[in-house]
Design a protein around this ligand. Structure first.
Ligand code: RP5
Ligand code: MG
Ligand code: MG
Length: 279
């Protein structure tokens, strides 16, 4: 099963709300815990009824575990339970009910584009790690504005949007600042971006994300796909500019020691292993 550690972080992100502590042996919903009294929290930004968020349960009863109009409420990890009208986190208790910062009750679907190249020296030779003797991959990483942690430039799948489009759109918004690029400049870059995202990506993960925003009733799920520039002459030359919810953007060496947001390093590990790269 997946780690469920960041989803139990004591201090809920961008708030002063403290989760009720959940010990490892009380994670599972099947484990009876009569005294479980999780704190309830839904962020003001969610309660304001923005287009990306559901209304509060009560007047609202969505079709859980199914495609509900254009909103996909199916989980990538199977059927989830619904208790008193509220979906239950498939990885168990988090010490917090409500939606926190997340818009959807149940799964909140995201996509994570992992864009990689080989690390090269000034002569253009691939750099090997001194210990593993394996070539080092680099990936395009963004520094999230919300928490300051380095992450894959991923984002939410819009209702009805196909994941392949989300991957390209979020990468363009966060790593290339496409939302603020002139039409002329866009035209110049579009071909290279299209080529990269039309190349057969390597899916390295799909399922639950151990995200610090997760709650008992709302959680992140993702599809992570690796797009690789083998020769180093396509994406490697794109001008990186942080945009939208990214504060900075840069190429980062793929290495087990690099701390990353949520369970992103787990996705990179698979990408590195599949490409016989250093980890
Ligand atoms: C993570 O949150 C996903 O893996 C993805 O990287 C990200 C999507 O949320 P936002 O970047 O839109 O906040 O769980
Ligand atoms: Mg985004
Ligand atoms: Mg994002």
């Amino acid at each position: 099963s997946v780690a469920h550690v960041k989803a139990r972080c004591p201090l809920y992100p961008s708030s002063e709300i403290r989760r009720s502590p959940v010990p490892d042996d009380k994670l599972k919903w099947e484990t009876r815990w009569a005294d479980y009294k999780p704190v309830s929290y839904t962020a003001p930004s969610v309660l304001k009824n923005p287009s990306w968020a559901d209304p509060d349960i009560g007047s609202f009863s969505p079709k859980f575990n199914s495609l509900d109009g254009s909103v996909d409420r199916r989980s990538l990890v199977g059927t989830y339970k619904v208790d008193q009208g509220k979906p239950l986190n498939p990885c168990g208790r988090t010490g917090l009910t409500g939606r926190g910062l997340l818009g959807r009750w149940g799964p909140n679907h995201a996509a994570d584009p992992i864009v990689t190249r080989w690390k090269r020296d000034s002569a253009g030779q691939r750099v090997l790690n001194t210990h593993s003797k394996l070539p080092v991959l680099q990936f395009i990483s963004i520094k999230r504005k919300d928490c300051g942690e380095w992450a894959i430039p991923g984002g939410m799948v819009d209702p009805g949007e196909v994941v392949t489009l989300t991957l390209q759109r979020e990468f363009s918004e966060e790593a290339l600042n496409s939302l603020k690029t002139s039409p002329k400049e866009k035209e110049r870059l579009q071909e290279r971006i299209n080529l990269l995202f039309r190349s057969p990506g390597l899916q390295v993960y799909q399922g639950y994300v151990d995200d610090p925003r997760n709650t008992d009733n709302s959680w992140m799920e993702t599809v992570a796909v690796n797009f690789h520039d083998e020769t180093g002459d396509s994406v490697s030359t794109l001008p990186l500019r942080a945009g939208d919810d990214a504060g900075q953007v840069r190429w980062v060496d793929v290495d087990s020691a690099e701390p990353l947001y949520a369970s992103h390093s787990q996705f990179l590990k698979t990408a590195a292993q599949e490409r016989r790269a250093h980890w």
